[in-house]
Design a protein around this ligand. Structure first.
Ligand code: SF4
Length: 468
């Protein structure tokens, strides 16, 4: 997590119109795509219910399915390493790279590798690491972090991408998307063909066969996992599912929720390394099963968060994410899922501000393909943060004051009258443009409506009187 506070990052984001515009546009595009895909698939709700049941059943029997998955990977000739945390996972890959003389690594998109900062660890050993997902490739060239779990470059315009390619790859400036794609493709082809190790994540891990399933739209996942002589998959341990039948259900809801597609362009199922009769493929297949706080989450009241299939729909629909973008969250996991998973994985001391980055409007739960009750978990985490003494003092005093007023109707009524008078005195045409501190946070970036002259209770009483 960065050194800056959440408030500082939010201010920086709101002062950057290029970012807010690009994010709003990108999120809007994905929201519309999902709406279209859902409207065209009348069974969506039924599939969401089934998807939720699969995730609930798997996580209630996670030890059994993980053991089955690991046994089958090994039976297929692969190697499984159980990593307790990020350090164990990165050490395993570093050691493997050292033992096999790896100098160049190519990666497909993987949030688990972002989570454990694998690139940094490998680069510290002098190994070159290249991201092959187009969005991640751009981010890596720009020396930035992804801002969205499925659209890492959502915060950038194509003109910025054009500048980055021109500067970092030394190519003539072009902002034509097809030409930019061609430049990236030509650059990456050489990397795919010369890399010693390919590193991927996994969207799902199928216990009954020991397979991993990768879902991409660019084909880079296939190149990454087949061209180099070693394939390593970093797999969060919650990614396991029992059967291929379950995989079918989850794939049906994943692509529709994520990008509005019926199915992603490339859905690859990988079951071990190259066999003797295979014409190509890696010589070795390693799976790193990553815990890194997931066991702790599973044992908590918030275990439901492990149902997540990382579709990104909750980010796209969140009014807070739409306004500030992903970087403001300060975590590799932004948006509603990030506001929940980050404090669960890294602790409230590190990411305690994040559960407050929500209006609790409930849209995230409404669109989640596995129906995770994100608002409830956000509230649980806020309460836990408060109990740990992390709430700012003004909030504590404010809530205490409200509690006293709410328990004394006369005091409450007078308070509301004063607030109504105050906001009406400050308002122009019914809107307050600037509130005094500490309320100015509201009006720094938007206007505040003046309170009604008469309270709801007064209006209700008048209505009753008029009816008599
Ligand atoms: S919480 Fe739900 S909506 Fe958000 S990324 Fe996970 S599965 Fe998708």
């Amino acid at each position: 997590m960065p050194e800056t506070t959440f408030q500082q990052r939010v201010r920086a984001a709101l002062h950057n119109p290029k970012v807010t515009h690009a994010v709003a546009l990108g999120a809007h595009h994905l929201v519309e795509g999902r709406a279209r895909a859902v409207a065209a698939f009348p069974q969506m709700d039924e599939f969401r219910d089934r998807a939720r049941l699969i995730r609930a059943h798997t996580l209630s029997n996670l030890d059994r399915y993980l053991a089955q998955f690991a046994d089958n990977v090994q039976a297929n000739g692969g190697t499984v390493f159980w990593a307790k945390d990020a350090a164990e996972a990165t050490d395993y890959v570093r050691q493997l790279a050292k033992n096999r003389g790896v100098r160049r690594v190519v990666k497909s998109k993987s949030m688990a590798t972002e989570e454990i900062e694998l690139n940094r660890a490998l680069e510290a050993d002098g190994i070159s690491v290249t991201e092959s997902d187009l969005g991640e490739f751009i981010i890596q060239l720009a020396e930035e972090k992804p801002s969205h779990i499925i659209a890492p470059v959502m915060h950038k315009t194509r003109y910025e991408v054009a500048e980055t390619f021109h500067e970092k790859l030394g190519v003539p400036y072009t902002d034509d998307p097809i030409a930019l794609n061609d430049i990236a493709r030509a650059h990456l082809r050489e990397i795919f063909l010369t890399a010693d190790m390919g590193i991927s994540g996994a969207n799902f891990a199928v216990a009954e066969s020991g397979s991993i399933c990768l879902v991409t739209n660019e084909g880079n996942g296939r190149f990454t996992t087949t061209a180099p002589r070693i394939h390593v998959a970093i797999v969060g341990m919650e990614k396991v599912i029992p059967t291929f039948e379950d995989l079918g259900v989850l794939l049906n809801v994943l692509a529709r929720s994520a990008t509005g597609q019926k199915m992603s362009v490339y859905t690859s199922v990988i079951t071990g390394a190259r066999r003797p009769a295979d014409p190509d493929g890696p010589e070795e297949f390693h799976v790193v099963l990553l815990d890194n706080g997931r066991s702790r989450a599973l044992a908590s009241e918030n275990a439901e968060i492990l149902y997540c299939i990382r579709c990104g729909a909750c980010l796209n629909h969140c009014p807070v994410f739409q306004a500030i973008g992903g970087h403001a969250y300060g975590s590799v996991y932004p948006g509603p899922i990030g506001s929940v998973i980050s404090p669960i994985l890294w602790g409230l001391d590190t990411a305690g501000e994040m559960p407050h980055a929500s209006t609790l409007c409930g849209k995230c739960q409404e669109v989640c393909p596995v129906r995770i009750d994100l608002p409830r978990i956000l509230l649980n985490l806020r309460a836990a943060g408060h109990e740990a003494g992390n709430s700012p003092r003004w909030l504590d005093w404010g809530v205490r004051g409200y509690r006293i007023a709410a328990a004394h109707p006369a005091l409450y009524r007078w308070g509301m009258k004063l607030a109504s008078l105050g906001t009406r005195l400050l308002a122009k045409n019914g809107w307050v443009k600037k509130l005094p501190p500490p309320l100015n946070g509201w009006t720094d970036y938007r206007e505040f409506p003046a309170f009604a002259r008469k309270s709801f209770h007064e209006q209700w009483r008048e209505r009753d009187r008029d009816r008599e």
